[in-house]
Design a protein around this ligand. Sequence first.
Ligand code: EPU
Length: 362
Amino acid sequence: MDQSETALAILENIPLAPYTTLGVGGPARFFLRARTEEQILESMEFARVRSLPVFVLGGGSNLVVSDSGFPGVVVKIENEGIRPVGDRDSGRISVAAGVEWDAFVQHSVSRNLAGIECLSGIPGTVGGTPVQNVGAHGEEAGEVIARVCVFDRESRDITDLSNADCKFAYRSSIFNTTHKNRYIILSVDFILRVDGQPRIHYPDLQKRFGGGAHLPHVQEVREAVLQARREKGMVLNHDDPDTKSAGSFFKNPILELAALAKMEVEAREKRALNPAESIPQYTATPGKVKVPAAWLIEHAGFRKGFVHKNAGISGKHALALINRGGASAQDILELMRLIQDQVEAVFGVRLQPEPIFVGEFR
Ligand code: EPU
């Protein structure tokens, strides 16, 4: 019998740490593996009739689970399938939420489809990408998402959300802001570019490809991105303890130009900045700039490789908090607060965490 035809498996008191890339956190009261869309719906019903809270688990790459775990139902989304929609020339592909994100990127790149090659090597599943509008090296998932098919927990219907409905912005969408916990993502439709022409916006890639003199193939861009991510410890590798993380732990703050100027003056007064130095910045939206949180962390006095109990800062990138082995969620939380407090004391801005926190935190 095909696995998808087996009944929904209902497990109890299952430790969640092994299901996350950071590897911290206690057990789920119930743990359900949903291998088909029907099983996802069945899982929702299971939780509803018991009035238990639900947490939807994809690849677990952007999560901090509390040491006490989750007192409700964790549904692990494992539906599969990558399917072209309509005419091949439309570049439209429908992908089940449970598909591993990088497997989908590889699938697309090998078919000369452009639009997600810069998002190579990102851990997690397809269903997680719209939630925080995953982005890297100048591309964001929200730029190529045409439709998100969801189960609406309020109306208990399956419905389609358009790109505009999702309200994508930097690391945000309705799924992690206004409509948190309302929708369960079942599948995502992407429209990729059939001309296979990558867009090289990001300075590190522009430099790598000689400033646009030669337009690389999407496969070359994928390889360059994977290489860059490996160097930053942002590709999962069991032999590299710097990769036991939730990726970037903080968002890059977005500031008004006037606020940035004030920050610079104050940082110089506190000697966190030399008179000749300025704070790095990237244009975000007109009149606003994005400041790299990694830079703020290092200039607030933390070095790469900083240790706090069993948690630490990656030796390769100041924005990744790592589990050095045997860390508790509390260790990670304490380190997060140390960094937030210190960056705020020096630069006057409180860094906002990027991962989702699951369960109770003190
Ligand atoms: N920097 C430091 N110290 C470091 C690393 C970086 O000071 O250890 C400074 C440098 O000035 C550098 C700047 O930060 O030029 C930017 O660094 P980087 O290019 O690595 O990008 P980032 O802003 O730190 C963002 C995303 C990453 C994504 C990279 C590459 C966020 C929060 N993070 O990081 O996304 O891979 O760009 O495009 O926007 C993730 O979200 O989990 C993630 C890994």
